[in-house]
Design a binder for this molecule. Structure first.
Ligand code: ZN
Length: 124
């Protein structure tokens, strides 16, 4: 099966909500694009975050953008709360500079950080 990508409006909304409620004001939601993919061969990945590196920004004469891709076969069957956690996880990969880089898991994108933000969201 070939992989296909579909714009994910439901995720756009979730991303906006998380950014707002979690105080991630360094992220421009208009430059975070969400897609749902189908037919991915990877067995364990639920979602991915892509950046547009500086050199591409320069070459294409555009600013930093990020893409969050969720793998439909796995993401869509998660309960709502787990979906929110996945979105938080992917957003944590976006650095404060919002410049085109990605933050690594170690020290930044941890279950602890995700759960902390998630409980902050829930208490609102
Ligand atoms: Zn990750």
């Amino acid at each position: 099966m070939r992989i296909s990508y579909h714009p994910a409006d439901d995720l756009d909304e979730m991303v906006r909500e998380v950014i707002k409620k979690a105080g991630m004001s360094y992220i421009d939601p208009d430059r975070v694009l969400c897609f749902r993919s189908r037919g991915s061969r990877s067995k364990r990945v639920i979602a991915r975050c892509y950046s547009l590196p500086k050199i591409w920004q320069m070459g294409l004469n555009t600013s930093a953008h990020y893409i969050i891709e969720v793998i439909a076969e796995r993401f869509d069957r998660l309960p709502h709360e787990e979906k929110v956690k996945v979105v938080i996880h992917e957003l944590l990969h976006i650095p404060k500079a919002f410049g085109g880089g990605l933050r690594p898991h170690r020290g930044y994108v941890t279950n602890r950080a995700v759960n902390e933000i998630f409980s902050r969201l829930k208490s609102q």
